[in-house]
Design a binder for this molecule. Sequence first.
Ligand code: CA2
Length: 144
Amino acid sequence: MPETIFVLNGPNLNLLGTREPEIYGSDTLDDIAGMLEDRARELGLEIDLRQSNHEGHLVDWLHEAQAEGARAVLLNAGAFTHTSVALHDAIKAIRTPVIEVHLSNPHTREAFRHKSYVGMAAKATIAGFGAQSYLLAFEGASRL
Ligand code: CA2
C-alpha cells in the first residue's frame, strides 16, 4: 500500500483562484490537488486533500492522519493559523509530522498574521511561493 500524505486546508481556501489573485495566485484548490497527485504518482505516494471551514474538522483530520499511519500532514490552516490553540494542541498530540504551508508570506502582511499557533507546533513551514508552496512542502514530506 502506498503511503499517504494528508493535505489539509482551512477556512475560505475553497475560494482559491476566484478572488485576490494578487495575494494568493490564480490556481484553484483542484489545480493544486492535480499538481500534487502528479508528483505523488511519480514518487509512489498518495495524497488525501481536504478542505473545511470548520476548526473541529481540521482537529479530527489531524487525529485521523495519525490513526491511518499517514507519512505526514501538509496543513494550510488559513486564518485559524493565527488563532487556534486547538490546532496547536492537536499537532502536538500526534506523532505524525505536520508541515505548515502558506501561499502568501504572512510575515510580510498585517501584524495579526505574524503569530502562528500552527507554526509553533509544526515540524517546518513553507510560505510565500504561491501554489508552489504545497509542492515544496510535499517534496520535504516525501523525504521524511
Ligand atoms: O497565505 C496563506 O496560505 C494563508 O494561510 C491564507 C489565509 C490567511 O488568513 C493566512 O493569513 C495566510 C486566507 C485564506 C483565504 O483564501 C482566500 C482565497 C481566495 C479569496 C479569498 C480568500
